[in-house]
Design a protein around this ligand. Structure first.
Ligand SMILES: [Zn+2]
Length: 1037
């Protein structure tokens, strides 16, 4: 800064003495050195050239205006020119579109919160005013704003905004009062609000940001170099600008956890700030950006496209990072990590982690099993802080999405193998028939250098055909005798849509070939699959989680009823239990196999038709029941055979008032048909009121138990169950026996006894009391002839002592019985229950009257309403059914599997059901997908409604409390450090509602979060726990 003479642009002869200031962002001049507000402010980004014009003068050139200055001496002038040139050169090199760019965004890119003309008192003309970030800029007119040449900027950290009149307001600073007059009252309100926000922003930021910027290299964006970056990736430890932060966010929280230095104040613990000061952008870039080709480097003016590419290359792929000497050696990396976290070198830890060291590896020490605990034990808080933000970070990987890159196929060991095999002509359709001996020809086969070739004989040197390992997409290993003359065969599927069938008589040779060939085409990162006794192995494309756009490549192997997979971005093998899938279907004209399991949906697509067809058939077969024992059935996720679950559910919905239920027999042929349908594919059987008869279903269930191999109590244990224990030790004895049952049997017994307990609770309606049920079920479950009552007695006692033997939660049981009562009440009230449901909002024209059968789920109701209104469901539209309470001003989205009927009966007169889109669903999905464990904790405001003398008066106010939500309970602590919770609730007994308006009157108690996001996170966690992870599967399908 300094004094300069400036000539007025009109060309007047007189120079005016001006105080001129130059910083990274702006060149400003003032009337004198005491003045705070400039006469002119020129963003350095708008300066296109600075030239020497002789006589101590120099020109500052912008797109359409030139400013002439004169210094005291040539020396001084030269100094100004060189500094100015330095400032502007960097920017111009970065971008050719500087002119167009700077005309849109004067100075450092302005993102105006509010802009327009305002009258400034004391001035005749209006000024074009822009509120941006923590500043207010004044321009002579809009044209000047576009060009970036302003009058002055007002820092709002010292500002105060006051309404003075209907249309006018004052912006007061210690130096001057700016009295503005807006066009209208409404405009004035907008201006006042925008300026107040700017003040808020100016005040909120300083603390953390200033601390972080104390490390000089944190003063520039780690990616593009822009000044004063206000964002950070807290796991990567880099400080970045707003625009780069946007690209970081695009990588997803598993790669970059983006937080604001200004707004996310709570995340900035003292330790985290220390980590950022210790590391700093410069040191970090020596790791992250050790090898950036100049052509790929960013500048502050780079376009979004370039930014996206750069940020993704840098952090998602780790393309520019400096490789750690131990890179590729997992064990050594882990070892080095464990040692290093005990000292203070966080940078080294970061290098290790982002070169592959496993943050969750085992340290081999019982008292500190993980690197994090090790760091804590050695009082390395900064190390611990870094590790804790990277427990679930996805590591950089070189492969780019979906592309079939060579490294997928490079086998770890060169494989060679040769010998005779019998081969049929290759085919372009699935092999369904058995091949005769004549169709096979003896061929000399060689596996060498990644090629599998077959020759006329071992004397020939030219192969009849060759399959490159990269061409093989799948191998199927057939069961003996499946394909004809030769017992042991395997099929190879090529990417040119052909199937090659090879056979041999020798099981050892067969095994050897299968092993060798798979080794050549299964990549080393999926070689875990090779140890399995698979019937089919190969690569498939898949989509899951948040990546529904572009399919990625995974390696799969089918073993029994399990599908093992190595998905693209995970090192761990995954196992999908096909019999426990909630849904398995082939969609989009046989091109997508949809596997819905707990917590997620996996979409598998074939790369090629032929092998995919084979996969579909095998996977479907593997997902069906394998035999007649309990554990061989298709199971629910709680390990109950689907057939048992469906029958019990149906009887609960439709059969509890049916007289003589379980004693009366159904129609034999219909029962046989049902049993057969369940045996074929239990998951696809939907029992429906009206379509199925209660007694047929009850007998299907009985027949299943009677005919199941081993029986419910297992053959080995049955006699122990039947030997009546002493009265005093009865409960213990049953509990002991129960604990010895296999998992599936235990879960099934529990579900069945719970059901029978409910049945007999309504004995006055169905005439089936404890004793009657025991007579029926004793022989059925023990598969005995029922000549004596021993079996019946066991069943009778299990039902009678249900709550003790199974340690049942009374609250839950009560809720279950209440629900049943509601169902019975509904079915008793002449015919079907008709309910009014609204679409999108409650008004007469959106009314729909819907018949609600007992079995109807929220998803079915939603579909019905959308169908009637002919509404097309688009992707990412999450239509759902809501329970809305007007009086309490709150709402609750029903889970799609929730039954509607019991809810209708619990609705008060001021509540109704509404079908509308779940707008936050996408955010919920993203949040949940980024989480590994289902729990949450944090400070939340809490208030409990106590009604005084039943008058329903509001009492009490909000108090800050610390909450911990786990899969079982919600605990409330007075403060973070409290040891004992003040209150505790069972999560499954809670109903969680969302407040619609700011004020709400809750029925019992309610929690209030600071932000919408916080609330959404709590709510999602509740939801996930309560529905046991179903949420991510099709919300509506
Ligand atoms: Zn940047």
């Amino acid at each position: 800064m300094g004094w300069l003479d400036k000539n007025p642009p009109q060309g007047s002869l007189y120079y005016q003495r001006r105080w001129v200031k130059l910083d990274v962002d702006y060149l400003r001049y003032f009337d004198n050195d005491k003045e705070v507000y400039s006469k002119r402010i020129i963003p350095t980004a708008a300066i296109t050239g600075v030239t020497n014009v002789g006589e101590q003068k120099f020109e500052v050139v912008t797109t359409n205006r030139t400013f002439l200055f004169r210094a005291e001496s040539d020396f001084e002038r030269n100094e100004w020119v060189s500094v100015l040139q330095n400032f502007t050169r960097g920017r111009q090199e970065g971008s050719r579109e500087i002119t167009s760019h700077s005309s849109m965004t004067p100075g450092s890119p302005l993102t105006p919160e509010q802009q327009g003309y305002l009258e400034l008192r004391g001035l005749r003309s209006k000024l074009y005013t822009v509120v941006s970030g923590d500043k207010v800029f004044l321009y002579k007119n809009m044209e000047d704003y576009r060009l970036g040449i302003g009058i002055t900027s007002i820092d709002m950290n010292v500002g105060n905004v006051k309404d003075t009149d209907r249309r006018s307001f004052d912006l007061t600073t210690p130096y001057r009062i700016f009295s503005f007059l807006a066009d209208s009252e409404q405009h004035k309100d907008q201006w006042v609000e925008a300026m107040r926000e700017a003040i808020g922003e100016a005040l909120s930021n300083s603390e953390v940001a200033n601390q972080i910027w104390a490390e000089p290299s944190n003063g520039c964006c780690a990616d593009c170099g822009a000044a004063k970056p206000e964002w950070a990736a807290i796991n990567l430890c880099v400080v970045v600008c707003k625009r780069c932060a946007g690209e970081h966010r695009g990588l997803g929280p598993s790669i970059s956890k983006v937080r604001s230095l200004k707004m996310d104040r709570r995340v900035w613990t003292e330790e985290l700030i220390q980590v950022f000061l210790l590391l700093g952008n410069e040191r970090l870039n020596r790791f992250w950006a050790a090898n950036v080709p100049p052509s790929e480097a960013l500048s502050p003016t780079s376009c979004s496209e370039d930014r996206r590419r750069f940020v993704s290359s840098k952090y998602r792929q780790g393309k520019y990072r400096k490789y750690h000497p131990l890179y590729g050696n997992q064990e050594e990396l882990n070892n080095a990590l464990c040692i290093n976290v005990q000292c203070s070198d966080v940078l080294e830890t970061l290098c290790l982690v982002f070169c592959g060291a496993d943050v969750n590896c085992s340290t081999g020490q019982a008292d500190c099993p993980s690197p994090l605990s090790l760091a804590l034990a050695h009082n390395q808080k900064l190390q611990a802080q870094f590790l804790s933000h990277n427990l679930n970070t996805e590591l950089p990987r070189s492969e780019v999405t979906g592309a079939m890159e060579p490294q997928h196929y490079s086998p770890q060991h060169p494989v060679t193998h040769n010998g005779f095999l019998f081969k049929t002509a290759s085919m372009a359709r699935p092999i369904t028939e058995r091949k005769a001996r004549e169709e096979f020809s003896r061929r000399w086969c060689m596996l060498n250098d990644g090629n599998f070739s077959y020759y006329e004989s071992d004397k020939n040197s030219t192969p009849n055909g060759t399959l490159k390992s990269t061409e093989i997409v799948c191998m199927a290993v057939n069961t003996p005798e499946r394909h004809g003359y030769y017992d042991h065969t395997f099929e190879l599927y090529s990417d040119s849509e052909r199937i090659y069938l090879f056979g041999t008589d020798d099981p050892d040779s067969h095994r050897e070939w299968v092993k060798s060939i798979t080794k050549t085409f299964i990549p080393s990162n999926a070689e875990g699959l090779l140890r399995l006794a698979f019937e089919r192995i190969g690569r498939l494309r898949y989509k899951d989680g948040l990546n529904l756009q572009s399919p990625r490549v995974g390696w799969f192997a089918l073993v029994g009823s399990s599908l093992h997979a190595y998905l693209e971005d995970s090192v761990e093998e995954e196992e999908i239990h096909l019999r426990k899938l909630q849904e398995l279907s082939i969609q989009q004209e046989n091109e997508v196999l949809v596997l819905v399991e707990r917590g997620r949906t996996l979409y598998i697509e074939g790369e090629k038709k032929l092998d995919f067809q084979g996969w579909c058939v095998s996977v479907q077969r593997a997902a069906g029941s394998a035999g007649d024992s309990l554990s061989q059935q298709q199971l629910t996720e709680t390990d109950i055979p689907v057939i048992v679950d469906r029958c019990i559910d149906y009887i609960t919905q439709c059969g509890l008032t049916s007289e003589g239920i379980y004693r009366k027999s159904g129609v034999n042929s219909r029962v046989a048909t049902l049993c057969e349908a369940f045996r074929r594919d239990a998951r696809s059987v939907r029992l429906k009121e009206g379509e199925h008869q209660v007694d047929d279903v009850s007998n299907t269930l009985k027949r299943f138990f009677r005919e199941s191999g081993e029986g419910l109590f297992t053959i080995q244990a049955a006699s122990a169950w039947l030997s009546t224990p002493e009265e005093s030790r009865k409960i213990c004895q049953y509990q002991l026996l129960l604990s010895q049952l296999p998992r599936v049997n235990k879960a099934t017994l529990r579900a069945l006894v719970n059901h029978l307990y409910c049945v007999q609770r309504f004995a006055e309606l169905n005439q089936m009391n404890l004793h009657n049920l025991a007579i029926v079920f004793g022989p059925t479950l023990f598969q005995s002839d029922g000549k004596d009552y021993t079996a019946g007695l066991v069943v009778e006692e299990l039902i009678e002592h249900y709550t003790d033997v199974f340690e049942v939660d009374e609250m839950q049981l009560k809720r279950q019985l209440d629900e049943i009562t509601a169902i019975i009440k509904a079915s008793g009230s002449a015919g079907d229950f008709i309910c009014t449901v609204y679409l999108e909002e409650k008004k007469e024209t959106t009314e729909q009257h819907v018949k609600i059968p007992g079995s109807m789920t929220a998803a079915e109701l939603t579909c019905e309403i959308l169908d009637r209104r002919k509404i097309q469901v688009r992707e990412k539209d999450y239509w759902s059914c809501w329970e809305v309470s007007q009086k309490e001003e709150m709402e609750r989205p029903l889970h799609h599997l929730e039954r509607v009927l019991p809810i209708i009966h619990s609705l008060g007169t001021d509540s109704h059901l509404l079908v509308k889109k779940h707008l936050a669903m996408e955010a919920i999905r993203i949040y949940l997908a980024s989480k590994v464990d289902v729990s949450k904790h944090g400070m939340v405001k809490f208030r409990e409604e106590k009604s005084i003398l039943g008058l329903g008066l509001n009492t009490g106010s909000f108090h800050d409390r610390y909450f911990i939500l786990s899969t079982v309970s919600l605990r409330m602590y007075k403060e973070v450090r409290s040891n004992r919770p003040e209150r505790e609730w069972q999560v499954k007994n809670l109903r969680v509602y969302l407040g619609i308006k700011k004020k709400l009157r809750p029925p019992t108690w309610y929690l209030c979060c600071d932000t919408q996001t916080e609330m959404r996170e709590w709510f999602s966690t509740f939801l996930t726990i309560q529905v046991r992870g179903h949420i991510l599967s099709h919300w509506l399908l």
